[in-house]
Design a protein. Structure first.
Length: 219
């Protein structure tokens, strides 16, 4: 009678079971992390500065709007733009602009296109209104596309941000010159270098005629 052959199978110890379980858990967690990273890459980064326009601008295109939105104060980044006034709808009248601004207290983006096709404008930290003196804060700035975007921020030299009366709207001042001014008919305007923003002439010439003007509430 042949002897019986025994085969011995070594059973894992409790320690080995625990280590094996931890390795399996680590592999599962690693796979989950890889899946999350892949999902994040496929979805792309979220653009928190991309503005949402309630209507279509007749002055700036989508590319110019994206560029300009990067220079807005953080508190309004990504906020919707609401078209409060435009000359094609409300007419060429500064009084109408003030009237349409009633009820709005937040920042305003002023967009202009002149008869030469030049695009420029300003960001005001406060809504446009009739005033005896200058108002606004250092968030206010001027800009122009010539053709690349140039932004002229507050220099800190003075606080002549915005002033409005029935005959004109002025932004930035110094030595008797205004960074941007518009007449009461919103037809003629001017731009000069000023101490408030240390800006260049926004249009191709110091005097210009307005073809289209829009005022957007950014809030």
């Amino acid at each position: 009678m042949k002897g019986t052959r025994w085969q011995y199978t070594r059973l894992p110890t409790r320690m080995e079971d625990a280590l094996s379980g931890e390795e399996g858990q680590e592999e599962e967690e690693k796979e989950e992390e890889e899946e999350e990273e892949e999902a994040a890459r496929s979805s792309g980064p979220a653009d928190l500065t991309e503005p949402q326009l309630i209507e279509t601008s007749q002055v700036l295109g989508a590319s110019e709007i994206r560029q300009l939105s990067l220079h807005l104060p953080p508190r309004v980044a990504g906020r919707p733009w609401t078209l409060v006034f435009c000359t094609s709808r409300d007419g060429f009248s500064l009084r109408s602009l003030y009237r349409q601004m009633e009820g709005h207290s937040g920042p305003v983006l002023l967009l202009l296109r002149d008869q030469d096709g030049q695009m420029f404008g300003a960001f005001s930290s406060s809504t446009f209104r009739l005033s005896k003196g200058f108002y606004g804060t250092g968030e206010t700035f001027l800009f122009t596309f010539s053709p690349q975007l140039k932004v002229f921020k507050w220099t800190g030299n003075n606080s002549f941000f915005v002033k409005g009366d029935l005959d004109s709207l002025m932004m930035g001042s110094g030595s008797g010159q205004f960074g941007l001014w518009l007449d009461g008919d919103l037809y003629r305007g001017g731009s000069h270098p000023c101490a408030t923003f240390n800006n260049e002439v926004l249009a191709r010439q110091e005097q210009f005629c307005i073809k289209e003007l829009e005022a957007w509430a950014v809030s």
